[in-house]
Design a protein around this ligand. Structure first.
Ligand SMILES: *[C@@H]1O[C@H](CO)[C@@H](O)[C@H](O)[C@H]1NC(C)=O
Ligand SMILES: *[C@@H]1O[C@H](CO)[C@@H](O)[C@H](O)[C@H]1NC(C)=O
Ligand SMILES: *[C@@H]1O[C@H](CO)[C@@H](O)[C@H](O)[C@H]1NC(C)=O
Ligand SMILES: *[C@@H]1O[C@H](CO)[C@@H](O)[C@H](O)[C@H]1NC(C)=O
Ligand SMILES: *[C@@H]1O[C@H](CO)[C@@H](O)[C@H](O)[C@H]1NC(C)=O
Ligand SMILES: *[C@@H]1O[C@H](CO)[C@@H](O)[C@H](O)[C@H]1NC(C)=O
Ligand SMILES: *[C@@H]1O[C@H](CO)[C@@H](O)[C@H](O)[C@H]1NC(C)=O
Ligand SMILES: *[C@@H]1O[C@H](CO)[C@@H](O)[C@H](O)[C@H]1NC(C)=O
Ligand SMILES: *[C@@H]1O[C@H](CO)[C@@H](O)[C@H](O)[C@H]1NC(C)=O
Ligand SMILES: *[C@@H]1O[C@H](CO)[C@@H](O)[C@H](O)[C@H]1NC(C)=O
Ligand SMILES: *[C@@H]1O[C@H](CO)[C@@H](O)[C@H](O)[C@H]1NC(C)=O
Ligand SMILES: CC(=O)N[C@H]1CO[C@H](CO)[C@@H](O)[C@@H]1O
Length: 475
C-alpha cells in the first residue's frame, strides 16, 4: 500500500460513495474507444453510474492489478480480477480500450496483453451497476462480460453455470488463484475441493448433492440456490432477510480459507456502510480438506483452527504451517532386517479423523493392530476403533481432531528422538503432543531442513504412487 499515489487516495477518501460527480473518474455509462486508465494518470478506474462499482487498477502490495471492486472509503472488496495469475504491473502500465476495439493492458516495458478474450472488435464498454463490466459489439450487443468469467465471486444477478467454477484467492490481499475450487459440475453437483487433486469424492469437503442440468444462481435480493428443470429449486439460503433502507449488494465468495460464504454489503442513506456474512457453507475450518498440508492435522483451539505435525514429523516451513510436515527420521532401512521392527516406538492421538481412505482394514486387537503397522514398511499410522484396525500410508492427508470420533490413532516413531515416550494405548491430550512437536521443531538445524526438503520431495513421489497402489488394491 505504501506506493499508492497520495492524491488519488485522498480523493477516494474525500468523495462520498454515492457521489456521481468525481471529476477525475468517468461517470458516463458508456466508455468510448480510445479511453484509457493508468495508476499514474488522472483516471485510474471507470465507475458504474451508481458509483458503487469500479473497474480499473487497484494496488496489490507495491504493484497494481486490474479488476472490479466495490467502492468503499477505506477498504475495497475485489469482486473480479483480470488475468489473476499474471504478475502485478508497475504504476506506469496502462489499460487501453483501443480505437480498433481491443481491451489491452500495456506494461511499462512495452508488452501488451488482452484483458478480455474476444474475437470481434468492441465498439464501447460499460461498468454496470450490477458489478458486471461489459464490452459491446456492433448493434450494442454484449460480446464479453466479466460475469461470464468469474474468479472467486458471484454477485447478485450472476449465475455460475454448468462446467464453470470459482477458485479462491491466495489471501485477502493477493488475488491470484489460491488453494480451493468450487465446481458447478456437469453432473449437477456443486462441490468444493482443494485445487491440485483428482477431484475425487475423497477430496471433496462440501457438496450440495444436486443433479441434472443446473446452475448456481444468486439473485439481487440475496437468494442463493441451485436451479434446474429436473431438480427444481434447491435453496442454499433463504431470501427472507430483513429488508434494509439504502442500497444492498450481495456477493457469494469462495474465500481464501476454502469456505463458500454469502455476504451482504449495505450502503445506508447516511453514507455509512457495513458488511456482514449472511450464510456460510461450513462453520468448522477443519472440515476444509487441504487446509493443513501433508502429514499435519487440523485442530480447533478456542475459535481458531490451526495445523499441527504428527509426532515424528516437523514443519516443512515453520513460518508457513499450512505447507505440511515431513518425517524427521528416515525409514530407509525398513524391511532390510528383522531387527528393524523393534526400533519403532509408537505414539498415539485421540479423536483423530482422516477423510483419506486406509489401504487396509481388518478386525483385530489393539495390540495386534499396532504390531501389524510396526511390521509393515508401508504403514505410517493406524486408527483403531471397536475391533477395527485401519492402516494408512504416508503421507497422511486430511487429518483433523474430531471429538465425535472415539478412535485412537497410533504412529510409528523412532527411538532416536528422545523426547518421545513409548505410549502404546496411553491417552495423551493433543495439547501435550503438540507442545512436544513444537519443541522439536525449534531444535531443527539447517542441515536437517535441507535434507528434509529432499525427503519431502521423495515422499511426494511416493504419494503419487500411493494413489496408483490404492486403485490396484481396490480393483
Ligand atoms: C491530468 O489532467 C490535467 C487537467 O485535465 C492535465 O493538465 C494533466 O496533463 C493530466 N495529467 C496526466 C498525467 O494525464
Ligand atoms: C516504468 O516504471 C519503472 C519503475 O516503476 C521504471 O523503471 C521504468 O523506467 C518505467 N517505464 C517507463 C516506460 O516509464
Ligand atoms: C479465448 O476464447 C477462445 C474461444 O472462446 C478459447 O478457445 C481460448 O482458449 C480463450 N483464450 C483464453 C486465454 O482464455
Ligand atoms: C441466470 O439464470 C436465470 C435462470 O436460468 C436466467 O433467467 C438469467 O438470465 C441468468 N442470468 C445470467 C446473467 O446469465
Ligand atoms: C500472490 O500469490 C502467488 C501465488 O502464491 C504468488 O506467486 C505471488 O507472488 C503473490 N503475489 C504477491 C503480490 O504477493
Ligand atoms: C429457510 O427458512 C426456513 C424457516 O425459517 C427454515 O426452516 C429453512 O431451513 C431455511 N432454509 C435454508 C436453506 O436456510
Ligand atoms: C426456497 O427459498 C424461497 C425464498 O426464500 C422460498 O420461497 C421457497 O419456498 C424455498 N423453497 C424450498 C424448497 O424450501
Ligand atoms: C427506513 O426509512 C424509513 C424512513 O426514513 C423509516 O421510517 C424506516 O424505519 C426505515 N427502516 C429501516 C428498516 O431502517
Ligand atoms: C452523504 O453524501 C451526500 C453526497 O455528498 C451529501 O449530500 C450528504 O449530506 C451526505 N449525508 C450525510 C448524512 O453525511
Ligand atoms: C467499508 O469499509 C469499512 C472499513 O473497512 C467496513 O467496515 C465496511 O463494512 C465496508 N463497507 C462495505 C459495504 O463493504
Ligand atoms: C526375517 O525372518 C523371517 C522369518 O521370521 C525369515 O524368513 C527371513 O529370512 C528374515 N529376513 C531377514 C532379512 O533376516
Ligand atoms: C479534471 C480534473 O479535475 N483533473 C484533476 C485530476 O487529478 C489531478 C491530480 O492527479 C489534478 O491535477 C487534476 O486537476
Amino acid at each position: 500500500m505504501a506506493s499508492i499515489p497520495v492524491l488519488p487516495l485522498l480523493l477516494v477518501f474525500l468523495l462520498p460513495v454515492h457521489a456521481n460527480t468525481q471529476r477525475n473518474q468517468s461517470n458516463s455509462d458508456i466508455i468510448l474507444l480510445g479511453s484509457s486508465l493508468s495508476p499514474n494518470a488522472n483516471r485510474t478506474s471507470w465507475l458504474s453510474p451508481s458509483g458503487l462499482f469500479a473497474f480499473g487498477f487497484f494496488p496489490q502490495d507495491d504493484w497494481f492489478a486490474i479488476g472490479i471492486w466495490l467502492v468503499n472509503q477505506s477498504e475495497k472488496t475485489i469482486t473480479w480480477t483480470a488475468n489473476r495469475d499474471d504478475p502485478p504491473v508497475s504504476s506506469n502500465a496502462t489499460l487501453d480500450l483501443t480505437i480498433d476495439g481491443k481491451l489491452l493492458l500495456r506494461t511499462g516495458k512495452g508488452s501488451e496483453k488482452s484483458v478480455a478474450n474476444v474475437s470481434d472488435p468492441a465498439t464501447s464498454a460499460a461498468m454496470l451497476d450490477s458489478g458486471n463490466f461489459v464490452l459491446y459489439g456492433k448493434q450494442s450487443h454484449v460480446i464479453w462480460d466479466s460475469f461470464d468469467v468469474p474468479t472467486d465471486t458471484i454477485l447478485g444477478g450472476q449465475n455460475l453455470s454448468s462446467g464453470n467454477n470459482l477458485v479462491s484467492s491466495v489471501s485477502i490481499s493477493n488475488h491470484s488463484g489460491g488453494h480451493y475450487t468450487l465446481n458447478m459440475q456437469t453432473d449437477g453437483n456443486l462441490v468444493a475441493y482443494p485445487v491440485h487433486n483428482t477431484n475425487g469424492a475423497i477430496d471433496s469437503y462440501w457438496s450440495t448433492a444436486t443433479f441434472g442440468d443446473v446452475q448456481l444462481i444468486l439473485t439481487r435480493s440475496g437468494h442463493l440456490f441451485i436451479y434446474g428443470i429436473e431438480l427444481g429449486v434447491h435453496n442454499l439460503t433463504n431470501s427472507s432477510y430483513a429488508k434494509k433502507n439504502g442500497t444492498t449488494i450481495h456477493r457469494a465468495t469462495l474465500d481464501a480459507d476454502g469456505i463458500f460464504r454469502l455476504y451482504l454489503h449495505h450502503f445506508k442513506s447516511d453514507n455509512t456502510s457495513s458488511m456482514l456474512v449472511e450464510w456460510s457453507a461450513l462453520q468448522n475450518q477443519c472440515e476444509v480438506n487441504g487446509f493443513c498440508g501433508l502429514n499435519s492435522y487440523c485442530s480447533v483451539m478456542g475459535r481458531k483452527a490451526d495445523c499441527y505435525c504428527y509426532l515424528g514429523f516437523d514443519f516443512i516451513n515453520t513460518s508457513n504451517k499450512f505447507l505440511g510436515c515431513y518425517q524427521n527420521f528416515s525409514e530407509e532401512d525398513c524391511g532390510r532386517s528383522n531387527d528393524t521392527v523393534v526400533q519403532y516406538h509408537v505414539t498415539s492421538l485421540q479423536n483423530m479423523s482422516w477423510r483419506d481412505s486406509p489401504y487396509s482394514v481388518f478386525s483385530t486387537t489393539e495390540e495386534d493392530c499396532i504390531k501389524s503397522c510396526q511390521e509393515d514398511c508401508y504403514c505410517g499410522a493406524v486408527s483403531y476403533m471397536g475391533d477395527d484396525c485401519s492402516k494408512y500410508k504416508l503421507p497422511l492427508r486430511y487429518g483433523s481432531i474430531d471429538s465425535a470420533k472415539s478412535n485412537t490413532a497410533f504412529f510409528k516413531g523412532n527411538r532416536s528422538i528422545e523426547v518421545r515416550e513409548v505410549s502404546i494405548g496411553s491417552k495423551r491430550s493433543p495439547i501435550s503432543i503438540i507442545s512436544v512437536s513444537l519443541g522439536s521443531v525449534s531444535c531443527l538445524c539447517i542441515v536437517l531442513a535441507t535434507s528434509s526438503f529432499l525427503v519431502y520431495r521423495y515422499k511426494l513421489d511416493g504419494y503419487r504412487k500411493l494413489s496408483e497402489n490404492l486403485n490396484l488394491e481396490l480393483a
